[in-house]
Write a protein that binds this ligand. Structure first.
Ligand code: PMP
Length: 397
């Protein structure tokens, strides 16, 4: 494993990078794929008649097939490249909203969603005169499935839920969530931003209708993400953005649209980043996604035990099924103060509401300190975090 940035020194300390839920670092293969594209292939895709355009197009489309296999979609037509999870969800909420949401309709989201899986639905609901219904969760950070079942009504049009909570680490029972929604003939969008780098994802097995994720949280460059949409439903959605490549024919009277998936890829995509995503998938498959998950699970258990040994430290999110995320508070210390002092010791964590303000409201806290793991995180990194917390605690408590 070669992650050049991990050799960085921060204020004369070895960098301990524990902000992987925000973005992972990139292995050399991914950086090489990105620079290799600009050094040898750079060209706009799909439209060019020349050698470079043909090569770049072929490589871009190869990654689409790679992503299809990665999430086990039935067809590569179901894989749409976007800028990231946020754009993927906005695409679905906007298009689905225009086609299927009307006055009095309801969209169910969970109480632990990232703002990216709340606000796009609010926007769509506002336009349609529809409203959000919210699945509550327990103090441990487990969704209340009974309450979920009781939220359905004849007006429910969509369920949108995170696979893994970026703040609590909870792995939600996605198959069950989908099965219950499908019993009511309601489609489901899963926000997989925090899942794809940590566990194998099979969209057919999950049964979901949409599955959205970001490249940059799975060792790929920023600027690329994926929206998987089940073909039967995706083919019924109107275009999201208009522009080049998404059309079949344009006249001033009328435009007809391209077939899937191109109908949803208006304008020049971030080709180099897509190739980087392909390299990131190769990297993860070579490591073995189950192995990555096992390694992070072990670290999670180790970190949880060690952190709880610090007097006054409270962990938020203690679900039995969690991914490698630990949110905590140190006594009454403000999370920003904790984060700032940790930074001075070379330890990179995230502080604040993590774009999940409703979770903070649920617990009545301003934010948390969040440590999150990746395949390159080590026990030494966790030890460094714990030692630093022990060192700074007397200054803050
Ligand atoms: N959903 C979840 C669960 C996330 O963790 C994030 C990123 N923090 C997003 C959505 C948004 O992802 P992006 O910023 O890459 O669009």
């Amino acid at each position: 494993m070669d992650f050049p940035i991990l050799d960085t020194n921060v204020y004369n300390h070895r960098l301990v990078y524990l902000d992987n839920a925000a973005t992972t670092q990139k292995p050399r293969q991914v950086i090489d794929a990105l620079t290799g594209y600009y050094l040898t292939l750079n060209s706009n895709i799909h439209r060019g008649a020349h050698y470079l355009a043909a090569q770049a197009t072929e490589r871009y489309e190869e990654v689409r097939t790679k992503v299809q296999r990665f999430v086990n979609a039935r067809s590569s037509k179901e894989i749409v490249f976007t800028r990231g999870t946020t754009e993927s969800i906005n695409l679905v909420a906007s298009s689905f909203g225009r086609a299927f949401l009307g006055p009095g309709d309801e969209v169910i989201v969970s109480g632990m969603e990232h703002h990216s899986n709340i606000v796009p639905w609010q926007l769509a609901c506002e336009l349609a005169g529809a409203r959000l219904r919210v699945i509550p969760f327990s103090d441990e950070g487990v969704l209340d499935m009974e309450a979920y079942g009781s939220l359905f009504s004849p007006h429910t049009r969509m369920v949108a839920c995170a696979h893994v909570s970026n703040t609590l680490g909870t792995v939600n029972p996605v198959r069950e969530i989908v099965a219950i929604a499908h019993d009511h003939n309601v489609p489901v969008l899963i926000d997989g931003a925090q899942a794809v780098a940590h566990m194998p994802v099979d969209v057919q097995q999950l049964g979901c209708d949409f599955y959205c994720f970001s490249g940059h949280k799975m060792y790929a460059p920023m600027g690329v993400g994926v929206m998987y949409g089940r073909e039967e439903l995706l083919s019924q959605l109107p275009p999201y953005q208009g522009g080049g490549e998404m059309i079949k024919d344009v006249t001033f009277e009328r435009t007809t649209y391209n077939e899937l998936p191109f109908r949803f890829e208006a304008g020049t995509p971030s080709v180099g980043d897509v190739l980087g995503l392909g390299a990131a998938i190769d990297f993860m498959l070579a490591q073995g996604i189950e192995n990555i998950g096992r390694h992070e699970d072990e670290l999670l258990r180790y970190a949880t035990e060690r952190l709880l040994s610090i007097p006054g430290l409270r962990i938020f999110g203690t679900a039995p099924h969690k991914a490698g995320v630990v949110s905590f508070l140190l006594g009454e210390a403000h999370p920003y103060d904790v984060g700032t002092l940790l930074d001075k010791l070379g330890i990179a964590v995230r502080t604040g509401h993590h774009c999940t303000q409703p979770i903070m409201d649920r617990y009545g806290i301003p934010g948390t300190v969040r440590a999150s793991f990746a395949c390159y995180t080590t026990r030494e990194d966790v030890d460094a975090l714990v030692a630093a917390l022990v060192r700074i605690a007397p200054m803050l408590m």
